[in-house]
Design a protein around this ligand. Structure first.
Ligand SMILES: *[C@@H]1O[C@H](CO)[C@@H](O)[C@H](O)[C@H]1NC(C)=O
Length: 394
């Protein structure tokens, strides 16, 4: 990957000097500089200037680190502040402001925008190490997202619809995407999350919600050329809201997108069709197969059919489906005992706690498993595992 703008780095010195704490404010002026002590203050001033220059170099190095993280890794020196030198809090705030100001009109990172990291290596590694029991989602999400983001000029948004029981990792994958595609993860300016029952609870305000959603999407796209919108509880989204999304999901005429490449990803998270997915996995396991044998071709047609037939009121998802506006259906399989154990292990590790095999078993046994006879699948997946480990802390 080549940087877009390998221009020489020249610190905007004046700006940086403005940011500096005034070097030893008391003293310089109070000093009447008596003729006999003339060398003293001059010497002092020289030292202060030197200190200020060193400090401004530090500021510059830090700013450069934020703006061109690659350079920073190469010389490494700027990232590790020298002993005894720490950036004052105020300085850090200035630095953040300066960085975002600078990046708002400079192509300063590989992606052309420092807020966008698109770390596919990180995404791939997270999906294979931190996500458990989801071989289909792991493959499909990586391929679909990478394929889309590597297109020079996509003519529509990408829409992925995640289906599965609660606790199977739909929100987790959405978070991993945000974290690997954006420097600030879910807190990024470029990422917006909507929860149907929280953001759009009352059908009678639908017109207002539509307006708000339209504005939010527009504003986010103006701020960022690559945006991610996550709709949780998508099964409860009102059809009217999906009308708002339709223009983004349909192909745009070529003249509309000549000006500037814009990439938009919509994620829809729902438990719709979760039972279909579970049934398929159960049948396979009962027939003596292993869950890794299950292929998208086995699941997706059934999933689609189920969603299309769903007649639940307030379910607007189906119109997106019927009109083929969803690019990929991503099934999340029900989790088994061994997966819950892995989630428990991750929870311990993420808090840097020691764990025992017994503790992992005990936590996994706290979950309810279904169906009654076989007790194969955790009915809550890995939900709230991280809270459960608190019982096992010393
Ligand atoms: C991408 O993610 C990996 C794994 O999280 C990390 O080690 C690597 O430093 C990241 N790369 C960049 C350029 O941020």
């Amino acid at each position: 990957m080549r940087r877009l703008c390998p221009r020489p780095l020249r610190p905007p010195l004046l700006l940086l000097l403005l940011l500096l704490p005034r070097p030893g404010a008391p003293g310089t002026r109070d000093d009447p500089s008596p003729p006999d002590g003339a060398r003293e203050p001059l010497q002092g001033l020289r030292e202060r200037l030197r200190a200020a220059a060193a400090l401004s170099r530090r500021y510059w190095a830090l700013l450069r680190c934020r703006v061109w993280p690659d350079d920073c890794e190469r010389d490494g020196e700027a990232r590790a502040a020298p002993p005894g030198w720490s950036l004052p809090l105020l300085g850090q705030q200035y630095l953040a402001i300066l960085t975002s100001w600078y990046c708002s009109f400079q192509d300063c990172c590989d992606s052309g925008d420092c807020r966008i990291s698109n770390n596919f290596t990180g995404l791939e590694s997270d999906l294979s190490i931190r996500l458990h029991g989801q071989h289909l989602a792991r493959e499909l999400v990586l391929t679909a997202v990478r394929g889309y983001l590597e297109l020079p000029r996509p003519d529509k948004a990408l829409a992925l619809s995640f289906h599965g029981w609660s606790g199977t990792g739909k929100n987790f994958v959405a978070r991993l995407l945000a974290e690997n595609l954006y420097r600030d993860g879910q807190r990024s300016d470029c990422v917006k999350m909507f929860i149907a029952t929280f953001h759009f609870p009352h059908p009678k305000y639908m017109d207002l919600y539509k307006e708000q959603l339209t504005t939010q999407i527009k504003k986010t796209q103006e701020r960022c050329h690559q945006t991610l919108f996550i709709f949780d509880e998508a099964e409860k989204l009102h059809p009217g809201l999906l009308e708002v999304l339709r223009p983004h999901l349909e192909r745009q005429a070529p003249e509309n997108h000549r000006a500037k490449s814009r990439k938009t990803i919509f994620l829809f998270l729902s438990n719709l069709g979760g039972n279909i997915v579970n049934e398929a996995v159960l049948n396979l396991l009962q027939a003596g197969g292993s869950r890794e044998e299950i292929k998208l071709e086995h699941l997706v047609p059934r999933l689609r059919a189920e969603i299309e037939q769903s007649t639940d009121s307030g379910f607007g998802h189906s119109c997106l489906v019927k009109e083929n506006l969803i690019d990929f259906f991503v099934p999340f399989l029900p989790l088994e005992y061994r997966h819950v154990r892995l989630c428990a292990r991750d929870a311990f590790l993420s808090q840097e706690l020691l764990y025992t095999e017994e503790a992992l078993d005990q936590i996994a046994k706290m979950m309810v498993y279904v169906p009654k006879e076989e007790q194969l699948f955790s009915s809550q997946g890995c939900k709230s595992i991280s809270q459960r480990i608190n019982y096992f802390l010393p």
